[in-house]
Design a protein around this ligand. Sequence first.
Ligand SMILES: Cc1cc2nc3c(=O)[nH]c(=O)nc-3n(C[C@H](O)[C@H](O)[C@H](O)COP(=O)(O)O)c2cc1C
Length: 209
Amino acid sequence: MAKVLLLNGSPHADGCTATALNEMINVFQESGIETELIHVGSKSIRGCIACGKCGKLGKCVFDDDLVNQAAPKFEKADGLVVGSPVYYASPNGTILSFMDRLFYSTPFSKHMKVGAAVVSCRRGGNTATFDVLNKYFTISGMPVASSTYWNQVHGFTADDVRKDLEGLQTMRNLARNMTFMIRAFADAKEKYGYPELETGCFTNFADGK
Ligand SMILES: Cc1cc2nc3c(=O)[nH]c(=O)nc-3n(C[C@H](O)[C@H](O)[C@H](O)COP(=O)(O)O)c2cc1C
């Protein structure tokens, strides 16, 4: 069965972001897609220290929180949804620390796993936040699912979000599009195989050194 892993960067397990993610989970479950939601935002997640140890260990050097536990779940998943409240027009700090470490420390291929970012704000900064989160996917060969609007809800409380009918509709349509993409990629992998990618160039400067 196809599986989608969802991350909630908010410290509120029943807040605005969770309300948006739960709207997606209902659609996934109706469609026969397995889901798992991890609440990241209430945990103490430190940032990446660029020690590079993950290159040898195959996991983050800090083994004291959710990142290394989430990694195998991400590896098995066909899709990843990352939800974040907007803090000063950016994703909240906890989800950024988590995403930096999750993406940097994991050696497995993320190629063709479907990604989606979901953001919740009271009033502004949602599209800037959305851009930041989508960049984890697009540097990793992950196709990004879209919807009938940018993937955002508005509210200060979960009750506000329940009144954001267009936001919730956007979440349902996002889950439908993601479901389609996951199934279409699985079929296309059988029929054509995934594209072969070149590797080996790691160029920082104009002279290649
Ligand atoms: C530190 C902090 C910064 C915030 N910055 C913004 C902001 O820039 N724009 C905005 O519209 N709302 C901002 N908010 C409000 C939250 O983004 C908003 O209430 C969100 O929907 C809460 O989602 P949650 O219930 O999932 O935590 C901020 C809240 C906090 C705690």
